[in-house]
Design a protein around this ligand. Structure first.
Ligand code: SF4
Ligand code: SF4
Length: 371
């Protein structure tokens, strides 16, 4: 049976390109539309997976939005029942790659303080925190030794608050990718990326050094005015691909991207299977995709003046595969063009969604309902 996907559209208002409307009413409406909030037996905390974004910028998912979701999930109770916000360690961004730095970034962006003090922030895969969870084997899968962020130990439920954004290996990050990649622990993330080998397209390289500046593994050197990548040091994180204004860095093997996407889909299934089971047998989880504060997504796309929609709204579903299929369709409809026209990356998330569906995470077929 096709899953329900709920869509709340941001109200149109003059000047919304610069200051999109407050999405909190949408968070509340979507939580009401999908009520009751699914929770597993045992009564552990509701884990809200947020996305902090670049260190020097405001949080991509604002603390007040996460707080709104926690309150709505708790049925309006003044304090959520043990809700917490979490983010996991980055493998590619300096300032988000250690627990100490990630906590500081979260605090600087307003998590765990002020009006949101009732919503603690936890580094999901803090090496000093709960030890990682060993994910069970996924029937029909091939991942070996996949490990999940320790924050999922004892969780009562999950609310995934995912800002849709460009990604070099996926094209775009939806709920399935966030579930697979961003609730893995740091070592598992590195393993997932290990098959990606970026190459510099030398005729396109202008030797500007932007890629070198963002590589935290010192894997790039400029020789004779051209960048080259040391694959012994490179982790495949992809940071360099997003900053090249020439779009001159790409994986050397398109098949590697397909394998990556399929592994991330399997990791998403493994994460889902590690969550408590709610009434009806599904994982105690709710997924939200934010099409808010959208902009041109890569330096190359910006340089080429690719179309850049502003905020569209928020979508929610209990089925992450249906949610992503619906979200990408809404985005393409607004663009009037395929996703690469917006992201600046040639690839899309087709292999990811196909594998997630084949492994039983959900179905792309869906019914859209506006709230
Ligand atoms: S960012 Fe692009 S153009 Fe600049 S040095 Fe790196 S590969 Fe070359
Ligand atoms: S060279 Fe490799 S490690 Fe460095 S930013 Fe690019 S993908 Fe990441």
């Amino acid at each position: 049976m096709a899953a329900d996907v709920f869509l709340w559209r941001l109200p149109a208002q003059p000047g919304s390109e610069l200051a999109p409307a407050d999405p909190r009413p949408g968070v509340r409406r979507l939580l009401e539309a999908t009520a009751p909030h699914p929770s597993g037996a045992g009564g552990g905390p509701c884990v809200l997976k947020i996305h902090l974004g670049a260190p020097a910028r405001p949080a991509v998912i604002a603390p007040s939005w996460a707080r709104e979701a926690a309150l709505a999930a708790a049925g309006g109770a003044s304090r959520g029942p043990g809700a917490l916000a979490t983010e996991t360690l980055s493998i590619g961004t300096r300032g988000l790659d250690t627990a100490e730095a990630l906590r500081a970034a979260a605090a600087a962006k307003g998590f765990g303080s002020g009006a949101d003090a009732g919503l603690p922030f936890i580094v999901g895969d803090d090496p000093a925190g709960p030890v990682s969870l060993a994910a069970g084997d996924v029937p029909g899968g091939r991942l070996v030794g996949h490990t999940l962020a320790g924050v999922l130990r004892g969780a009562g439920s999950l609310i995934l608050l995912n800002p849709v954004r460009a990604h070099p290996h996926l094209g775009v990050v939806g709920a399935v990718a966030a579930l697979g990649l961003e609730l893995a622990d740091r070592q598992a993330k590195l393993r997932l990326h290990a098959g990606i080998r970026p190459q510099v397209d030398t005729p396109l390289c202008a030797g500007c050094g932007s890629c070198l500046d963002v590589c935290i593994y010192d894997a790039i050197v400029i020789r004779a005015g051209r960048a080259t990548i040391d694959h012994q040091a490179c982790t495949g994180c992809g940071e360099c691909m997003g900053v090249c204004f020439m779009a001159g860095i790409a994986p050397d093997d398109a098949g590697g991207l397909v394998a990556f996407q399929e592994d991330v889909a399997e990791a998403a299934v493994a994460t889902s299977r590690a969550l408590p089971v709610a009434a009806g047998g599904a994982a105690a989880a709710l997924y939200l995709n934010f099409l808010v504060h959208l902009g041109t997504q890569t330096t190359a796309a910006k340089a080429r003046r690719r179309p850049s929609p502003v905020g569209i709204g928020i979508l929610a579903s209990r089925d992450p595969v249906a949610l992503d299929a619906a979200t990408f369709a809404v985005l393409e409809d607004r663009l009037g063009a395929p996703l690469p026209e917006w992201t600046g990356y040639a690839q899309g998330p087709g292999a990811l969604l196909a594998r997630a569906e084949a492994l039983g995470l959900g179905r792309r077929e869906h019914r859209m309902r506006e709230v």
